[in-house]
Design a protein around this ligand. Structure first.
Ligand code: SIN
Length: 539
């Protein structure tokens, strides 16, 4: 591996190029130089894959109180109400900013007010009103397009693609006295095959979630929990990782990897049917197909187990073909490529890991327990989602909290770290020729998590997963220290860490609540109603 270069110094380091990272970077760039570091291309983010939309109070029949109530109901007693209220209340203004930046949501021009648009609002599970702004069925891609265009025009932002953050650099890691503080990041420059040191008084994790910890997921390949793993290793508190949201409707097709069928399909009238063609959701919840996701995913899981079938079906064929193609062009096209015409045929679907509701503990401004370290978006646990995220609240949270984090930092800028910074030690690392070990462990972790830590859990299965993961962790640690770092090895190390944290949190919670359903403790326990499960690296 080539020799390390001198530290690269900036005012702000942002890891991740989804809505949270780009929003923060754009605002922070007003006050200083920003390095935007992303492990693949700048368009590789969970945001880019988001189909449904962004929830906000927009329609005349809606109120902040209703949006707050729906969020608290979905969150099953664990949301932080003051956080919910503020995020909901700031939503419309932040969305207006996004529209000013050039994001185009579906709607019609308002003839009464030239230049103003009446936006189309769709509906998703758990929402009592239509309040989901969207751009057809590719809302995230439209938001990314607008933000990336603005970033490209901003001279104060330097984008580093194919740069993989390895670990956070903290004063405690340097053995310095005083409270721990984050002062930089070691980053693998993949094309140069060299670990560089980026330094700044502010590091923002905007690295998204961890869907790839599970065998089946709606997430892109980049979702390997890097931010949570790095924050944990640096000593930050991590909360509520047991609440992994399984999206009820991922396309079930041998040639389709991770393709989501948006909840908006159910919002616009799609019906769930078993292999026998009968509807089943009414037997589980009075809101039927529009019940919150945890309920729908569990119902599907139970129907599949009862009937022994590999999937259930989502049926929108009763709607006019024009309506379907117009509302869901992306889903229509993708399914057609696979030989499935959704205007005429039912869509085979299964639940798949979709969203991490827990994460790095932060306040509403994204500040973690470690000064200088911020986390925004899916990587963070602000208290908005509680035990189950309300659909389309995540883009909203990322937008509001990234703005708040930037505003706070512009008002109070931390001092740069003045001391010397140690370059990355490559030690005696040799080339890794045993990639088979990496890919075997990667598969094993994802299967263990799917089989033992999925939609329905038991104490015994959780303990079994804990044991297996501990063995795998030992092997990975040994491998990590012995061999040259590669992005595959770094991702493996991170998914193993995050899997362990999910299991640790799940074992801490002796009840069923929201997304965490344990057959040995099938009911919620009032003693746990307002308790987060928290894990910290032993000192
Ligand atoms: C979807 O379109 O169903 C995803 C929306 C979300 O996860 O919030």
């Amino acid at each position: 591996m080539p020799a390390p270069a001198a530290p690269l110094r900036f005012d702000f380091l942002v890891l991740g190029s989804g809505i949270a990272g780009l929003t923060f970077a754009l605002r922070a760039a007003r006050a200083g130089r920003v390095a935007l570091i992303t492990k693949k291309n700048r368009t590789d983010s969970n945001t880019n894959w988001a189909q449904g939309g962004i929830a906000s109070v927009w329609g005349p029949d809606d109120t902040f109180d209703l949006h707050v109530r729906d969020t608290l109901d979905a969150g099953a007693g664990l949301c932080r109400e003051e956080v919910v209220r503020r995020i909901v209340a700031e939503g419309p203004q932040r969305i207006a900013d996004l529209i000013d930046l050039g994001a185009r949501f579906d709607g019609t021009d308002d003839p009464e007010r030239p230049g103003r648009r009446a936006l189309d609002l769709t509906r998703e599970g758990g929402h009592s009103r239509r309040r989901v702004l969207h751009a057809k069925d590719a809302t995230g891609a439209e938001i990314e397009r607008a933000l990336l265009k603005a970033v490209a025009a901003e001279p104060n932002i330097a984008v580093f693609e194919n740069h993989f953050a390895v670990d956070l650099l903290t004063t405690s890691k340097l053995g310095l006295p005083g409270p721990n503080r984050c002062i930089g990041v070691y980053v693998l420059d993949r094309p140069a095959d060299r670990v560089e040191l980026f330094s700044a008084p502010v590091v923002v994790l905007a690295t998204g979630g961890c869907g790839k910890v599970y065998l089946y997921t709606t997430n892109p390949d980049i979702a390997t929990g890097d931010g949570v793993a790095m924050a944990y290793r640096a000593g930050a508190g991590i909360a509520n990782m047991e609440f992994v949201q399984f999206h009820p409707t991922c396309l079930f097709h041998h040639r389709a990897k991770s393709f989501l069928i948006s909840e908006a399909v159910r919002g616009e009238g799609g019906l769930l049917r078993g292999a026998d063609g009968e509807r089943f959701m009414e037997r589980y919840d009075h809101r039927a197909e529009l019940a919150p996701r945890d309920i729908v995913a569990r119902a599907i899981d139970s129907e599949m187990k009862k009937s022994g079938s590999d999937c259930v079906f989502l049926d929108i064929t009763h709607k006019p073909a024009r309506f379907i193609i117009d509302h869901f062009p992306n889903i229509y096209r993708r399914c057609l490529e696979l030989g499935l015409d959704i205007t005429k045929e039912m869509i085979p679907v299964v639940p798949a890991a979709h969203y991490q509701c827990g994460g790095v503990i932060t306040d509403i401004d994204g500040a973690t327990e470690i000064p200088g370290l911020f986390a925004v978006g899916e990587v963070a646990c602000t208290g908005l989602h509680g035990a189950n995220r309300l659909a389309s609240n995540s883009l909203l949270e990322a937008l509001v909290c990234a703005n708040r984090a930037a505003d706070r930092l512009l008002a109070h800028r931390p001092e740069p770290f003045a001391g010397p910074l140690p370059a990355w030690e490559t030690g005696n690392a040799t080339n890794a020729d045993e990639m088979v070990v990496v890919s075997h462990n990667w598969d094993e972790i994802r299967r263990v998590m799917w089989d033992y830590v999925g939609i329905v859990r038991t104490d015994k299965r959780l303990r079994r997963a804990e044991k297996r993961l501990a063995n795998l962790q030992d092997e990975i640690r040994e491998y990590y220290w012995d061999f040259r770092v590669t992005s595959d090895l770094l991702e493996l190390r991170n998914i193993a860490m995050v899997a362990e944290l999910i299991v640790a949190c799940a074992l801490q919670r002796p009840e069923s609540r929201g997304l965490h359903y344990n057959l040995d403790h099938p009911a919620p326990d009032p003693a746990w109603a307002q308790r987060d499960t928290i894990v910290r690296r032993p000192a």
